[in-house]
Write a protein that binds this ligand. Structure first.
Ligand code: TRP
Length: 330
């Protein structure tokens, strides 16, 4: 048991996109043998945006079903729900007292989200990175696979851990980001300058994991390209084509050069169709397994129960250590 420990999570906010899948879960599958993997449903983080309770319940179950349908083996990966382990909230409060307003004000996600939800700039949105730090530090995670957009949150986690360790002696493992070779940032199909986002206004911009084959084909056929007619990777001049190449290459585990070669002399129409086909082929078995799993909420609950039990042992040990060091344990 001296495998390095990995921790990551996804917020339970409705339909996952192809971007969530290729940027996260798809890569996690390859890690399950080599690392001690822990994946969380970050349902406390979702409270920073107002959510309907029935929706939230549904989204939590959905996300676990997707984790498993996508191939995360619950025997090899510890899958658990953040809110079921009270240590997350408890450590987050403590760490709030070791984090500065100035640091949190610099978080670009906070700035973006407060613009987007100007009517609900709650304190949770502001301290969101501290809860994320608690998630990571509780498990003494060595590696945290996250996308580019979460890098700043990982940095602040490292700062908080180092600050605490300096004050009280070695307490937390200072985590590193994990950038997998296959890690992909998927952009919108209509706006390839922006990340594929489930909240995009134009639904043709986004592939959802539960889109039907026809929808997937239709959306790829409408994807924005350019007038060159050459399948070549050039993120600045050809963001649309480059994004389609990333999608194709990530699924087929091919590098850009090989994708370029495969589609040399082949027009955009055929290329788009080929990309749509690999996506349909990749998602079809996941969609089928998902439909089976979601019919069986007891099975999902059982996985969470096991996950909670395993996670709690590690989390509570860290929390106790922290409480002891700062003088809360008499
Ligand atoms: N904030 C992350 C996101 O929105 C989700 C998350 C919460 C997370 N806690 C985490 C990711 C801990 C990695 C580690 O994508």
């Amino acid at each position: 048991m001296n495998k390095k420990r990995i921790l990551s999570g996804i917020q339970s906010t409705g339909n996952l996109t192809l971007g969530n899948y290729l940027g996260a879960i798809h890569n996690w599958i390859d890690l399950q043998e080599k690392y001690d993997c822990n994946y969380m449903i970050a349902n406390l983080h979702t409270l920073t945006v107002r959510t309907n309770p029935d929706e939230l319940r549904k989204n939590i179950l959905n996300l676990i079903a997707i984790y498993i349908a996508a191939g995360l083996d619950p025997e090899k990966n510890n899958i658990f729900i953040q809110s079921q382990i009270s240590a997350h909230s408890e450590l987050a409060w403590i760490l709030n007292c070791y984090t500065y307003m100035g640091e949190l004000s610099r978080m670009t996600q906070f700035k973006d989200k407060s613009e987007k939800h100007a009517d609900n700039i709650n304190a949770g949105l502001f301290t969101y990175p501290v809860l994320m730090a608690a998630d990571i530090l509780l498990y003494q995670a060595d590696l945290v696979p996250v996308g580019e957009d979460q890098r700043q949150h990982l940095e602040i986690t490292r700062d908080i851990a180092e600050r605490f360790n300096k004050l009280y002696g070695e307490t937390f493992v200072v985590p590193e980001g994990y950038v997998s070779k296959a890690g992909a940032k998927i952009m919108g199909l209509q706006n390839p300058e922006n990340k594929m986002s489930k909240s995009a206004e134009n639904k043709n911009d986004v592939i959802f994991l539960n889109d039907s084959p026809d929808e997937i084909m239709r959306k790829f056929k409408k994807a924005v390209t350019d007038s060159d007619g050459i399948v070549k990777y050039d993120i600045n001049r050809k963001p649309g084509i480059s994004n389609l190449m990333t999608i194709y290459g990530t699924i087929k585990k091919m590098n850009k050069e090989d994708v370029e070669k495969e589609f040399q002399g082949i027009g955009y129409g055929k290329f788009k169709q080929a990309v749509a086909e690999v996506v349909i082929e990749e998602l079809k078995p996941i969609q089928d397994r998902y439909k089976d799993i979601i019919k069986n909420p007891e099975y999902i609950q059982k996985i969470c129960k096991n996950g909670k039990e395993r996670a709690e042992i590690i989390a509570n040990k860290t929390l106790y250590d922290v409480q002891k060091k700062i003088g809360l344990i008499l």
